[in-house]
Structures are given as C-alpha cells and as structure tokens.
Write a protein that binds this ligand. Structure first.
Ligand code: NAD
Length: 322
C-alpha cells in the first residue's frame, strides 16, 4: 500500500487531500501543529486504520524525519498563509514557510521518497503585470509571504539538481471550497463573505470590486496533486505548475454569484448590502493563470468552473455553517 505524508493535513487543502486519498485506498500520515488547522477537519479520519496523525511542528527537523519514515510521497501543504499575516509578523511566516520547508526537503532527501509535491503560490508572480500568468514570467514579490513561497521554489529546484529528489511545485491560485475556514483575522474572501451573507452582515470589499482572481475550486487542486504525484512523464518533474482554472472573476461578480446562490436558501440574502473600503497593501489588481503547461505535461483538465465550484461550496457552507 502506498503511503502519503500530508503536512498541514488538518487545514483546508490538506484535509481535502486526506479525504480523497484515504478513499482511494492510500495510507495517509498527517503532520500538523494545528496553528491554523482544526481538529474537526480530521475527526472523520481518526478511526480509519489507514490514517495516522502526528501532532508536531515542521520547524523541528527531527519531527519531520520521524514523519517521513516509510513514506512514498509527500504532499507538503503546511505553511502560514495570508499576505496580511506575513506583513504583521514576517519572522514567524519565514520560520514556518522557509525553515519548515527546508526541514521537509532534508527529511524527504534522507528518506528516499518517490516525489515531493508542494504548495507553491500565485503570489510568486508579484508585480508582474503580464496576463495570463505563465510559469516562466514572474515579477518581484509584493509581500513577505510571497518571498517565502518563491524561496520554496528555489530550494526545491536546488534540491532536485543537487540531491536528485523529484519535486513538483503547484502554484495555487485563490483556492476555495468545503472546509475552508471562514473565521479569524486572516480568513479568505469566499468563506468570509459566505459567512457574513448567511448572517445578514454586510461584506466589505477592499477597493472598488473590479480586482479579479482566478478562483480555483478544491477539486481542481486535488486533481493537480494527484497528477503531480503520479505522473510518469520525465519532462513533468522538477518544475512548477499554475494550479487554476484559467478564468477570472471580479470581486463584484463573485459577490453577485454568492448572493444569487445563497438566496436560493434564504431570499433575504439578496438584499444584504456590500461595503467598499480602501485597497489592501500587497494586493495585485488582477490574477489569471495560463493552465497550458499543466494540460500539456500533466494532462490536467479542471473539473470545476468557478460557477460549478461556487454552487457546491455554497451548498456545503449552508449545511455546515447554519
Ligand atoms: P490552512 O491554514 O487551512 O492549512 C495550513 C495547515 O498547515 C494548517 O492545518 C496548519 O495548522 C498547518 N501548519 C501551519 N504551521 C505549521 C507548522 N509549523 N507545523 C505543522 N503544521 C503547520 O491553509 P490552506 O489554505 O489549506 O493552505 C495550504 C497550503 O496552500 C499552504 O502552503 C498555503 O500557503 C498554500 N496556498 C493556499 C492558497 C489558498 O488559496 N488557500 C493559495 C496559495 C497557496
């Protein structure tokens, strides 16, 4: 039986990967310190004999070494997300996202794993204005978080060249879906807006609402992780891929869709006002990915447009947040 280590497995993306791969018959080890993840995300797995939880911190090399024992593949998701969090506390973001990442690479190298797939980020495009984003054209980072994610790519590249370990980085573009945390100061826009709308509170858009993002449903991200983990195409490894849909939606359009789908459950939601505030430091105006590289080298085909993904996500939040 193949064994996968999912770091950050108690978080949004990690717990979705865990659920998927357990259902496919893999043995899954989760390494998480619950900094931003939740026990309720992993509760359904605790009784599964193919699941093991290691409560620990990737900033500790020995913990990483223990976690990779006997592992075939690593899906490295553990990190401190959020641009504003990294602006407030760059040292902790760096410790977790860079030192923790390096520890995981060292542990992976010494354990002879088959492949190291890691969560990179669209923030690596930084101040580059070119659209759509293609993997080879990046700008300068606009936040400490973006620096950490770019450094991850540099380390992975050097480790693959120097030690021969197989690495693939997935530059996630604004992922959303079931189990994404709507609470806390650094909540992502979709779960935050959904929670506010369900409670009839006015969501606040930073700026005029014409900024756009390539919002990517979680099932597309799961697909990319599986393809990256198992690809037998020699040209497909030791590189990075945009993990997105290849379509962009403005925040105003996003709000329109959310109200439309939520008002099917509660018609009053259609009347909740939106508030507009100043733009946030470090936010880029537009983000749109080219997914051609993933289509060509990995055979990626997104299963969910934003519309389809939002419908599913809204339904999940309605059933689970009420
Ligand atoms: P999340 O906060 O829900 O999950 C991160 C998980 O990592 C949490 O369970 C947290 O407890 C764990 N973690 C944090 N610090 C740790 C440490 N020191 N040791 C062990 N575990 C630790 O976030 P997510 O949205 O699921 O993000 C997963 C990954 O994807 C992150 O690397 C993030 O940077 C990246 N990413 C996410 C998005 C997105 O839109 N969600 C976009 C780009 C990149």
């Amino acid at each position: 039986m193949n064994k996968i280590l999912i770091t950050g497995g108690a978080g949004f993306i990690g717990s979705n990967l865990t659920e998927y791969f357990l259902n496919k018959g893999y043995y899954v080890v989760c390494l998480d310190n619950f900094a931003t993840g939740h026990r309720y995300n992993i509760e359904p797995f605790l009784e599964n004999s193919n699941y093991k939880l290691i409560e620990g911190d990737i900033r500790d090399l020995e913990t990483c070494k223990t976690a990779v024992e006997g592992v075939d593949y690593i899906l490295h998701q553990a990190a401190l997300g959020s641009v504003p969090r990294s602006i407030k506390d760059p040292v902790t973001s760096n410790d977790v996202n860079v030192t923790g990442f390096l520890n995981m690479l060292i542990a992976a190298r010494d354990a002879n794993i088959k492949r190291f797939v890691y969560a990179a980020s669209s923030s690596t495009y930084g101040d580059s204005e070119s659209l759509p984003k293609v993997e080879d054209v990046i700008g300068k980072p606009l936040s400490p978080y973006a620096v950490t994610k770019f450094v991850n790519e540099l380390y992975a590249d050097v480790f693959s060249k120097t030690y021969g370990i197989q690495c693939i980085g997935l530059r996630y573009f604004n992922v959303f879906g079931r189990r994404q945390d709507p609470n806390g100061a650094y909540a992502a826009v979709i779960p935050l807006f959904v929670k506010q709308l369900i409670n009839h509170e006015s969501p606040k858009i930073n700026g005029t609402g014409d900024y756009s993002r390539d919002f990517t449903y979680i099932d597309n991200v799961i697909q990319m992780n599986e393809l990256a983990m198992l690809s037998e195409n020699a040209e497909a490894v030791n590189t990075v891929y945009n993990t997105a849909v290849g379509d962009r939606t403005t925040l105003n359009d996003l709000m329109h869709y959310l109200k439309k789908y939520l008002s099917e459950f509660d018609p009053e939601i259609a009347n909740v006002n939106t508030i507009y505030g100043p733009n946030r430091i470090g936010d880029i105006p537009h983000s749109l990915a080219s997914i051609k590289k993933a289509e060509k080298l990995l055979g990626y085909k997104p299963s969910h447009t934003i519309d389809k993904g939002l419908k599913e996500a809204v339904q999940w939040y309605w059933e689970n947040l009420k």
